[in-house]
Design a protein around this ligand. Structure first.
Ligand code: 5GP
Ligand code: ZN
Length: 114
């Protein structure tokens, strides 16, 4: 989608620190990391957030979950633990309108989510 920063990253029009890529998704380091491990996993197909998904996307979403698990192992946080989250809309402070999953780890987090 035009003017979507993550679509541009996926296409290589904006540089990123790539962590993983396959036919369906792309993973890269967050430019402003909130934890020692902070990776964004995004579908290559543009959708603003989970509200724009449909039944057709079930396979894609399952695939992304599996990729996140594998990346957690590769990045060394699978044993210590990690958090996976996606922000959706204003109250969640979603700042980039292309579905993305934050993979956060490498630090002891608090029990609170907000
Ligand atoms: P949100 O707030 O929408 O859940 O998360 C967007 C994330 O994208 C933020 O953590 C922000 O640091 C990251 N981000 C925004 N622009 C860029 C960019 O150009 N490159 C990278 N690597 N991350 C970005
Ligand atoms: Zn996009």
């Amino acid at each position: 989608m035009d003017n979507c920063i993550f679509c541009k990253i996926i296409k290589g029009e904006i540089p990123s620190a790539k962590v993983y890529e396959d036919d369906l998704c792309y993973a890269f380091k967050d430019i402003n990391p909130q934890a020692p491990v902070h990776v964004l996993v995004v579908p290559k197909k543009h959708a603003a957030n989970v509200l724009e998904l449909s039944d057709e996307d079930k396979m894609l979403l399952g695939h992304i979950q599996l990729v996140i698990g594998r990346l957690a192992e590769e990045l060394g946080v699978s044993k210590t633990g990690f958090r996976v989250m996606t922000n959706c809309g204003k109250d969640a402070c979603q700042s980039v309108a292309h579905l993305h999953y934050h993979l956060l780890g490498g630090v002891q987090m608090t029990e609170k989510m907000v």
